[in-house]
Design a protein around this ligand. Structure first.
Ligand code: SR1
Ligand code: MG
Length: 413
């Protein structure tokens, strides 16, 4: 792995950010010579440094600065990581912002020596996961994310790009070390004993059952193979609800450092899987049955709607293709395979968040152990049903029915 850094590289701190920002010609219009520049480190992700920066006299003049560290922040320098991921992220943001500018933060510049990007501060938005945990509904999310998925996946695939550009793009987005994180944490470690797994002891019986379940392992292996070999489109690669910022009118997808040419269903499944993780969490987070049912219904309707928007927008791509080479029957088959992939990938993304190293606050943030076990157990059962039954699905409504039909196995009988 190449983890050597440029000679000019140094990790920024709140003390050094103001001088760095002042030295950037691209920011002269935003920050003036005599501005006092304030900054705070706000990174709560697993990998990078993230600073909010603003002019003291006018906090509306503000940016976010994201800098890659040469190791995994979650674990420390015992887990080296290539800083090239910062270049991948900047390149992916550039492509996505051409396709869906309304759903991608504006980038001011990328500094290839410092492995950092300075971008729009989405100060009026929150991380979607945090909003969903509070039970906040986002009425435009399905429309926005369906469009984001259709455009970013469809327009970077062989369906649209010419034969040469597609291969060049695959080369530009080779991202082996970050893909390896996903291969290990999503498709391998949850299904075997490893010290890196982090499930809480109360759900161990269900985890051990999953780890002994050969039929489940076969389906996970199929999804892993697809992830590793199916260079279908430029995927975001980590599109969970912590990589989405929202408010009541807008939606932004952030953080595409895991981007590479992979299967479309991995991105669609990431969104669906994370909505179902939140659904499982509200099983206990919302004690009032009417409120619970209302919010869970909002989540399942969102799954249905985002897929329908995706299909509608993807149709515009099908309308451009040569129907002799890609006949309508093939198009229908392609969409059905995408639905099956999305269900399988959603399942893998759910299981890793319950069993594996990096969990999600929706479930791991539930303080009461009994409640947390119910939510975790429900999430695992939804995941198992989705991956095992995916090939029989004929519609997104059927996928949602499979999930709704699941119950937690905890308390054990
Ligand atoms: C060890 S990195 C853990 C996770 O953080 C990122 O957001 C990805 O989801 C990765 O798998
Ligand atoms: Mg991230």
């Amino acid at each position: 792995m190449n983890t050597t850094t440029s000679e000019k590289y140094f990790p920024l701190t709140t003390d050094t950010v103001p001088a760095y920002i002042r030295g950037q010609p691209e920011l002269r219009e935003l920050f003036h010579e005599h501005d006092v520049i304030e900054t705070a480190e706000v990174g709560d992700g697993n990998l990078n440094l993230v600073f909010k920066v603003w002019a003291k006299s006018d906090p509306s003049r503000t940016v976010v600065l994201k800098q890659a560290l040469p190791y995994l922040r979650l674990v420390g320098d015992s887990w080296p990581l290539p800083t090239d991921r910062a270049r991948i992220e900047a390149d992916a943001l550039e492509i996505q912002s051409r396709l869906v500018p309304q759903h991608v933060p504006k980038v001011y510049f990328y500094d290839a020596d410092m492995y950092l990007t300075v971008m729009q501060n989405l100060n009026d938005h929150i991380i979607m996961r945090k909003g969903l945990i509070q039970g906040i509904k986002y009425p435009h999310f399905a429309e926005h994310i369906g469009l984001f998925l259709a455009r970013t996946l469809g327009y970077t695939s062989d369906l649209v790009l010419d034969y040469k550009t597609k291969k060049e793009q695959v080369g530009r987005f080779i991202n082996p070390e970050l893909c390896k994180i996903t291969e290990d944490l999503v498709f391998t470690e949850p299904y075997r004993y490893t010290e890196r797994n982090r499930y809480h002891p109360e759900i161990e019986p269900q985890v051990l059952a999953f780890q002994a379940d050969q039929a489940l392992h076969v389906e996970v292996a199929l999804m892993k193979e697809k992830f590793m070999t199916h260079a279908q489109a430029l995927i975001h690669g980590d599109l969970h609800t912590g990589s989405i910022m929202v408010n009541q009118t807008e939606t932004y997808a952030i953080d595409p450092e895991f981007a590479f040419y992979g299967p479309m269903g991995f991105d669609i499944g990431a969104v669906i899987g994370n909505l179902f993780l939140n659904y499982a969490a509200h099983e206990v987070r919302t004690p009032d049955p009417d409120q619970r049912s209302d919010f869970q219904q909002y989540l399942t309707n969102t799954v249905i709607q985002l897929w329908k928007v995706f299909e509608r927008e993807f149709q515009m791509i099908w309308d451009q293709v040569d129907t002799i080479n890609l006949p309508v029957g093939y198009q229908q088959d392609y969409m059905l395979r995408l639905l099956h992939d999305s269900a399988g990938m959603a399942a893998c993304k759910m299981m890793r968040r319950v069993i594996g190293l990096a969990g999600v606050e929706d479930i791991r943030g539930i303080e009461n152990v009994e409640d947390r076990s119910i939510a975790a157990s429900l999430a695992l059962n939804i995941a198992r049903a989705l991956i095992m039954e995916r090939q029989d699905l004929r519609s997104i409504e059927a996928l949602v029915e499979v999930a709704i039909g699941c119950r937690p196995a905890y308390p054990w009988t």
